[in-house]
Design a protein around this ligand. Structure first.
Ligand SMILES: C[S@@+](CC[C@H](N)C(=O)[O-])C[C@H]1O[C@@H](n2cnc3c(N)ncnc32)[C@H](O)[C@@H]1O
Length: 315
């Protein structure tokens, strides 16, 4: 049975996104990373051998498609399978959610963008799903597309909150939206940490820790330090050629080569390396070859990490 939407209001905060009222899919909006990754999910979902199926991705990016095709043309030419990385990232995050602590019925996606899991991931059925993103326009776009599709919500309650994660405001908004800190939570941080500074990542993790009951978990992806050198990666170079996206410049602010001993260790949660994508291999039947840097041809590291807040207090 489909869960009912008890609250799906997108709180508009014009100060965070002055273009929130625009109905035109302009290039700057269409070229944001949010659309890029959702476009990759749409391409992946269209493959016969897909590792993930997001049936909403194509609709979510349809109006951005002409811009994305032009923007990513040279990158597509160089890539045999452009959707490999996002397909596998999304699948690993899905797997972490599917295999989470079974007591977790509250899920928060931070930097959620066009994430459609509240509508597509069966393991979130009857959960309270909360999403936070800085962009009112992105969340409004998602709300509009899902309404046009009449997409049935799997979550029992779905709150989309516009808030800046580099500050304390988001915590108040989360609590005001019915977030319950007394029950365990799953925190999804897909494609987020790279956009925050080390200090902001630390503050975010400490806030997550303070809001989390024992048994809570998080999922995060960490890209290698080479990502800080944007010119090394053709795709990012292409996207960055569109100035003034919703993300502050410089776009990529943080990366770590050893994700198990970096910023994620600043809270006393148990960390599990779910996958490290530094070497060639096979993931969910898909052959993976690491992306190479443009100039030095070094493999780019990506690590997917699951964190669990111990039930017993760590001394
Ligand atoms: C690359 S997108 C990833 C979206 C989604 N998690 C996914 O994987 O499809 C990054 C998202 O994080 C949001 N974001 C980046 N920095 C943020 C911040 N400081 N506060 C709130 N949201 C932020 C962006 O608006 C964007 O929607």
């Amino acid at each position: 049975m489909t869960g009912s939407v008890t609250s799906a209001a997108v709180t508009q905060t014009p100060a965070l996104d002055q273009s929130a009222d625009s109905h035109v899919m302009d290039e700057k909006f269409a070229g944001s990373m949010c659309f890029v990754v959702t476009f990759m999910r749409a391409l992946e979902s269209d493959r016969a051998d897909r590792v993930v199926n997001d049936p909403f991705a194509e609709s979510l990016v349809r109006k951005a498609r002409p811009t994305l095709l032009r923007l990513l043309a040279s990158w597509f030419e160089a890539q045999q399978h452009p959707s490999n990385f996002i397909g596998l990232r999304t699948r690993y995050h899905d797997e972490a959610l599917n295999q989470r602590n079974p007591e977790i019925r509250q899920v928060v996606f931070l930097g959620s963008g066009l994430d459609a899991r509240a509508f597509r991931l069966e393991s979130l059925r009857d959960c309270h799903v909360l999403e936070i993103d800085q962009s009112a326009r992105i969340l409004s776009h998602k709300k509009d597309v899902m309404a046009e599709l009449d997409a049935p919500l799997l979550a029992s309650k779905h709150d989309c909150i516009v808030a800046e994660l580099m500050g304390a405001d988001w915590e108040k908004k989360l609590l005001a939206s019915g977030f319950d800190p007394s029950i365990p939570t799953f925190w999804g941080m897909e494609g987020l940490l790279m956009y925050l500074s080390r200090e902001s990542n630390t503050a975010l993790l400490k806030a997550i820790d303070a809001l989390s009951a024992p048994g809570s978990q998080f999922w995060a992806d960490m890209s290698g330090e080479v990502m800080l050198k944007q010119a090394e990666l053709n795709m990012l170079k292409a996207v960055d050629s569109l100035k003034d996206t919703e993300m502050a410049k410089p776009m990529i602010k943080y990366g770590e080569d050893d994700a198990m001993h970096g910023v994620l260790s600043e809270i006393s949660w148990q960390l599990e390396e779910q996958a490290a994508m530094l070497t060639a291999g096979t993931h969910f039947g898909r052959e993976w070859t690491p992306a190479l840097t443009g100039a030095s041809k070094q493999p780019v590291s990506y690590t997917f990490v699951v964190g669990s807040k111990p039930v017993a207090v760590v001394a």
